[in-house]
Design a protein around this ligand. Structure first.
Ligand code: NAD
Ligand code: IPM
Ligand code: MN
Length: 351
């Protein structure tokens, strides 16, 4: 049986870059007989504003049974200030399908794209393992006396032994499997004595099972500084949900910006959700100038996850060629359109 891929373009530039990602995948499918079957879902702000639907419960219930993977664009629209649809669809799938690894590679493919002085591809090549099912994203907490001068708002950070251990284990397992020399765990245990003490203890425990891997710890403020000062220090980073969110935007700029940062939401052996790191970019949506490369690299991660690492490399090498040839969109200083960048990429795919 073929691989079944759900497609949710979502909002803003998601509607422009996801069809390009599907076009790339269809091209590889036709050339290599991958037998990919795509099913698109009309979900996002337009649908929500039209009929109130965010994520249908019956779709959520069958998503990981009927599909091997989902390619998602971006969710977020100025007309939906509560962002409720993004919460239900994106965070909904992460939590309810237990996709506990947010896998975010940060790899510089062309030195001209790095904002750091004297840093090239040999200095920026790391993978962030962002915890994806707990932390400060669970909505645990509440508001009390809302709208009064005595208002209280509590947002609790949830850290479970199981949740912390499985993401740290995933980071070490990945490092071992991929010959990566180190794992850096980042927290704020100097200020957050309960939850992050748990991270400290679990990290030491798991690290002792991987003697060949250099395990080190940095507080997240130091991590932010060091990623800019000396990105070559990092190979695998593991951190909690919110810190992972922040440092992967920082990482994205080291590799050339949000236009070239891809990711996967994973639970090994199960369904995976793949999305570019960028959001819906309402400032440039609808103009045909969104950079599709983040989505193409994301499609590559998807292919690797489905068991085709050779096609993932093929996509990544072609992206590097497109960048070397400067066929890039406006935010990278070029004049190419979203569609032209994909055309150039497909033309550069090695046989
Ligand atoms: P973003 O990732 O969408 O964009 C950040 C910057 O990077 C933008 O300048 C954007 O143009 C650029 N960018 C991102 N991806 C790109 C790509 N593939 N190609 C080229 N350039 C790209 O993040 P953001 O703008 O901080 O967030 C947008 C979100 O904010 C949306 O989800 C929107 O719903 C929300 N928003 C809400 C309101 C509101 O009134 N509540 C207003 C504006 C935006
Ligand atoms: C991301 C995004 C989301 C997050 C938003 C849209 C809720 O920024 O995937 O990084 O914070 O996880
Ligand atoms: Mn983010």
């Amino acid at each position: 049986m073929g691989k079944r891929i759900a497609v949710i373009a979502g909002d803003g530039i998601g509607k422009e870059v996801v069809p390009e990602g599907v076009r790339l995948l269809q091209h590889l499918d036709a050339r290599y007989g991958l037998d990919l079957v795509f099913t698109s879902f009309d979900l996002g702000a337009d649908r929500y504003l039209r009929d109130g639907t965010t994520m249908p419960a019956e779709l959520m219930a069958r998503m990981d049974k009927d599909f091997d993977a989902c390619l998602l664009g971006a969710l977020g629209d100025p007309r939906v200030p509560t962002n409720v649809h993004a919460k239900d669809i994106l965070l909904g799938m992460r939590f309810q399908l237990d996709l506990f690894i947010n896998f975010r590679p940060i790899k510089l493919l062309d030195s001209r794209m790095c904002p750091l002085k004297d840093k090239g591809p040999e200095h920026v090549d790391m993978v962030v393992f962002r915890e994806n099912t707990e932390g400060l994203y669970t909505g645990v907490g509440g508001q009390f006396k809302r709208g009064t001068p005595d208002e209280v708002a509590i947002e609790a950070e949830l850290n479970t032994r199981k949740g912390v251990e499985r993401i740290i284990r995933a980071a070490f397992a990945y490092a071992r499997q991929n010959g990566r020399p180190s794992v850096c765990m980042s927290d704020k245990s100097n200020a957050m004595r309960h939850g992050h003490d748990l991270w400290q203890r679990v990290f030491r425990e798991v690290a002792s099972e991987y003697p060949e891997i250099h395990a080190f710890h940095l507080y997240v403020d130091v991590l932010a500084m060091e990623m800019v000062r000396a990105p070559e220090r990092f190979s695998v980073i593991v951190t909690n949900n919110l810190f992972g969110d922040i440092v992967t935007d920082l990482g994205a700029i080291l590799q050339g910006g949000l236009g070239v940062a891809g990711s996967g939401n994973l639970h090994p052996g199960r369904f995976g959700l793949f999305e570019p790191v960028h959001r819906s970019a309402p400032d440039i949506a609808g103009q045909g100038i969104a950079n599709p490369l983040a989505t193409h690299l994301t499609a590559g991660i998807l292919l690797g996850f489905l068991g085709w690492p050779e096609h993932q490399s093929r996509v990544e090498n072609a992206v590097a060629k497109v960048l070397a040839d400067r066929i890039v969109t406006r935010e990278l200083g070029g004049t190419a359109t979203t569609v032209e960048v994909t055309d150039a990429l497909i033309a550069r795919l090695a046989h």
